[in-house]
Design a protein around this ligand. Structure first.
Ligand SMILES: N[C@@H](CCC(=O)N[C@@H](CS)C(=O)NCC(=O)O)C(=O)O
Length: 183
């Protein structure tokens, strides 16, 4: 999101020990990442962070104007990612070996949600009015967990193409390089 915006930022990668330490608990009550530090304080939860960053940088055109349908769709998909895509994905990854039946049911729930994304794309490059925006950052990140978690089944082809499109974005490539350099 920050690379798409193009403003300078600092990236801090934390060890598990740092994440569970008192100092980080003051930033995030559960000791999780990401947390963003802004001039007026800290914000956590990926969707909240990304939506707020989109608001702070209107010139980047990553969210529709307040009160428009485009903005409602940005909220819809930005929240769909952590609410509907990520929970079954995480469940499927956690239970893959310990409880394959439970993992299989979770994968089925994930694919139902993923198919809703594919249907909504309906041949467009990106989710909201065909233009890249904050919703693509969040939905794309959730879908990309299937690759990291070595999901046994491929995504529907329109979503494989969508992910390729997102991975090829120069901002995404720069973000990967920044993350690798900071780790
Ligand atoms: N709903 C949160 C999830 C955050 C989350 O689970 N982060 C993981 C890393 S991806 C984490 O901090 N794990 C360390 C921990 O739970 O202690 C968000 O989207 O920001």
């Amino acid at each position: 999101m920050l690379e798409e915006i193009g403003e300078p930022y600092e990236l801090t990668v934390m060890s598990w020990e740092q994440g569970s330490g008192e100092e980080h608990r003051a930033r995030h009550p559960l000791g999780r990442v990401p947390v963003v530090q802004l001039d007026d304080g800290y914000v956590f939860e990926s969707a909240a962070i990304c939506l707020h960053l989109a608001d702070l940088h209107p010139d980047a055109s990553l969210i529709g104007a307040l009160g428009t349908h485009a903005r409602a769709l940005a909220y819809q998909w930005s929240i769909f990612a952590p609410a509907e895509l990520e929970p079954p994905l995480i469940e499927a990854a956690i239970f893959r070996e310990a409880d394959p039946e439970r993992a299989g049911k979770a994968r089925a729930r994930f694919f139902e949600a993923a198919n809703a994304v594919a249907q909504s794309l309906d041949g467009d490059d990106y989710l909201v009015e065909g233009e890249f925006g904050v919703a693509d950052v969040l939905v794309g990140t959730a879908l990309s967990f299937t690759k990291r978690a070595k999901f046994p089944d491929p995504l529907p082809q329109p979503l494989e193409d969508y992910l390729t499109r997102l991975f090829e974005r120069p901002a995404y490539q720069r973000a990967l390089e920044r993350a690798a350099a900071a780790s």
